[in-house]
Design a protein around this ligand. Structure first.
Ligand SMILES: NC(=O)c1ccc[n+]([C@@H]2O[C@H](COP(=O)([O-])OP(=O)(O)OC[C@H]3O[C@@H](n4cnc5c(N)ncnc54)[C@H](OP(=O)(O)O)[C@@H]3O)[C@@H](O)[C@H]2O)c1
Length: 249
């Protein structure tokens, strides 16, 4: 398949990693389904995709809405003439607000980061299965490694999608569909722009997107970036709880 025949659908393409993924595929002259809730950002990203040689098709989409996700997938397949690659990237961070007396904040994270992923991917699978080819990418996080003080919803959501991908891989691989779970460390995006402490090994989103696409193309089942986190993740598992408690505010 030549790059210009590539048909890629990306959720959360209005900023950050998803936006950069749209540019990486546009440079390959792909037809790129870009989606997100912010129409103005979609227009801006579309324009840049076109400048880079891509063929963008944009969708104002909230991944929490199952029906809208299904309709967008059908519309993309119809308009693009097929699908090769789906990347479930949309996600939100945030605190659990554990003592707020309300589950709204944590439910929003869980619904976006878990249900949003199932809503985004499953509508494409019958087509990928019929053609016996395709690529799925799921953006998890190194925060999936263990419980994360104050951010249980985020850690749990990223861990949940890791296990979804791991489970789905058995059936997908039998149908010649690859699935890659991506575990980014700190990436400079809107999600991290207000973080005050020094983020170790901070990577820009375009470099991250290029590395993610290469990892998916290489058929990697899991991929941690930047590389330094490959060494740190095993250590993170062994930090004792008392130490985390001691240094928490
Ligand atoms: N930045 C990091 O350090 C880092 C590290 C590990 C993992 N990640 C993961 O990487 C992914 C991308 O995040 P990012 O860092 O690029 O942050 P970002 O710049 O804030 O991008 C998040 C994207 O998700 C979209 N989104 C959020 N809620 C949505 C919803 N309900 N429906 C549809 N789209 C939605 C946003 O678009 P709209 O607001 O327009 O809807 C935006 O395009 C996330 O899954 C995040 O958890 C990031």
């Amino acid at each position: 398949m030549t790059d210009s025949q590539l048909k890629v659908f990306i959720t959360g393409a209005t900023s950050g990693i998803g936006e950069s993924l749209a540019y990486v595929y546009s440079k390959r002259k792909a037809t790129v389904g870009i989606s997100g809730r912010r129409q103005d950002r979609l227009e801006m990203v579309s324009e840049k995709c076109r400048e880079l040689g891509g063929n963008p098709i944009s969708f104002v989409l909230d991944v929490k809405n199952q029906l809208d996700c299904k309709n967008s997938a059908d519309h993309f397949i119809d308009k693009a003439g097929g699908i090769n690659t789906v990347i479930a990237n949309a996600g939100v961070g945030g605190s659990d607000e554990l003592f707020s007396g309300s589950s709204s904040a944590i439910n929003h994270i869980l619904n976006t980061n878990i249900i949003g992923v199932t809503n985004s991917i499953l509508p494409f699978l019958p087509t990928l299965k019929d053609q016996q080819s395709g690529q799925i990418g799921i953006i998890s996080s190194i925060a999936s490694t263990r419980g994360f003080l104050g951010h249980g919803g985020y850690a749990a959501s990223k861990s949940a999608v890791k296990f979804l991908a791991d489970s789905w891989g058995y059936q997908l691989n039998k149908n010649n569909i690859s699935i890659s779970t991506i575990f980014p460390g700190w990436i400079a995006t809107e999600m991290t722009e207000n973080i005050k402490f020094k983020m170790s090994f901070l990577m820009d989103s375009l470099t991250a997107a290029e590395k993610i696409v290469s990892a998916m193309d290489a058929g990697k089942r899991t991929y941690i970036l930047p590389w330094q986190w490959k060494l740190i993740v095993p250590l993170m598992k062994s930090v004792p709880r008392w130490l985390i408690t001691k240094f928490s505010v």
